[in-house]
Design a binder for this molecule. Structure first.
Ligand SMILES: Cc1cc2nc3c(=O)[nH]c(=O)nc-3n(C[C@H](O)[C@H](O)[C@H](O)COP(=O)(O)O)c2cc1C
Length: 338
């Protein structure tokens, strides 16, 4: 089983990817960047592009394959431009975002918004993969290509899981590198249990329609029990990879645990937090903003400390590096690590 670190906007940026890979990376096969928007005037925001630039990547043996930039686009020409830009940076694969549920995104027909108009989606993917095919055929070898491989991350539909049938029929028509299915519809956002039966059905429709891509499962894997609960689906649908999102934010050692390795240790978490802080401080000038970034992690990581409400409040109230680290030291000292 392969494990992927899910793209998460504002969180799985290069500081997290670098530190996570260095400390726990042996068990993660691919890290996805949060989406990079391919704007209509063919540019990326500087901040977004920086996240994919090789000079900010540290410690990866082969970032070209271990990191997958995700692109948010609603037109074939902007997507193809962005994919070519990523290929110039060395990436072997890019992923297209067909799942983001935020209204600001879906209202401009991006992310999960593209799932509402299957005719347009089919045409967009048709144009993209026509260029991809031409590129593959005209290049003498993989290095001579101008486009990387293209994978898809999708939900089961916008409002209704029955929409998955027509979506899968569309995806099956194209030489998609890998198909990640987040087992929810857009209206679910991130809530409730994943729709496992609908996921299974979608995987079957995809295969019956001749889809060749490996299928990756995504949704609510937080523990070995959660993965065990998926065992029958993984076997019956021949799933070779799972994508972990909030589970890895809650337990950075999750993929190790799922591979049969040791649980997260308190010292490891301490080191992880310290290094994340240092890495964020390199590109965020204001101490307070570095602390805000760390609080995004604490929103998930606090579960490791028993009866820690008072200590957590101190972390949240910290306004300087000194206050922050004093509060972090206190939580490790005062609260039982679980
Ligand atoms: C804060 C946050 C940001 C996210 N940003 C992205 C994103 O940029 N691209 C994307 O495809 N999915 C994004 N997702 C969805 C995750 O990649 C993943 O599909 C979702 O969290 C379900 O997996 P999980 O249950 O393992 O967390 C985001 C999720 C969260 C919670």
């Amino acid at each position: 089983m392969k494990f992927y670190f899910a793209p998460m906007e504002g969180i799985t940026l290069y500081p997290l990817r670098n530190i996570h890979h260095e400390m726990f990376g042996g068990t993660i096969d691919k890290y996805y960047t949060p989406f990079l928007t391919a704007h209509h005037n063919f540019h990326f925001k500087k901040r977004e592009k920086r996240d994919a630039q090789p000079e900010y990547i540290a410690g990866f043996e082969n970032y070209e394959e271990q990191i997958v930039p995700q692109i948010m686009a609603n037109r074939p020409d902007t997507f193809l431009w962005a994919a070519r830009e990523m290929k110039k940076l060395g990436y072997k694969e890019v992923n297209i975002n067909l799942g983001c549920p935020a209204a600001t995104v879906t209202n401009s027909n991006k992310g999960a918004g593209l799932l509402t108009d299957t005719e347009y989606l089919d045409k967009m993917l048709g144009d993209i993969f026509m260029e991809y095919d031409k590129d593959v055929q005209s290049a003498s070898n993989a290095d001579a290509r101008t486009l990387p491989d293209i994978s898809i991350k999708t939900r089961l539909g916008f409002t209704d899981e029955a929409e998955a049938d027509s979506l899968m029929r569309i995806y099956a028509k194209y030489p998609v590198k890998e198909l990640t299915i987040h087992a929810r519809v857009r209206e679910d956002f991130y809530k409730g249990q994943p729709r496992l039966e609908a996921f299974k059905r979608a995987a079957e429709v995809y295969r019956n329609e001749g889809g060749k891509a490996d299928i990756c499962y995504n949704g609510n894997i937080f523990s070995a029990d959660d993965l065990a609960g998926l065992d029958a689906t993984i076997k019956s649908e021949n799933i070779s990879s799972v994508m972990l999102g909030r589970g890895l934010l809650t337990d950075p050692a999750l993929a190790r645990v799922l591979s049969g390795g040791d649980a997260l240790k308190s010292e490891e978490l301490r080191e992880y937090l310290k290094r994340l802080y240092e890495e964020y401080a390199e590109f965020i000038p204001e101490e307070r903003n570095v602390i805000f970034k760390m609080l995004e992690h604490w929103a998930f990581l606090h579960v490791h400390f028993e009866d820690c409400e008072r200590n957590l409040k101190l972390i949240r109230k910290a306004r300087s590096k000194g206050e922050y680290f004093a509060a972090v030291n206190a939580i490790f000292h005062d609260c039982k690590f679980v």
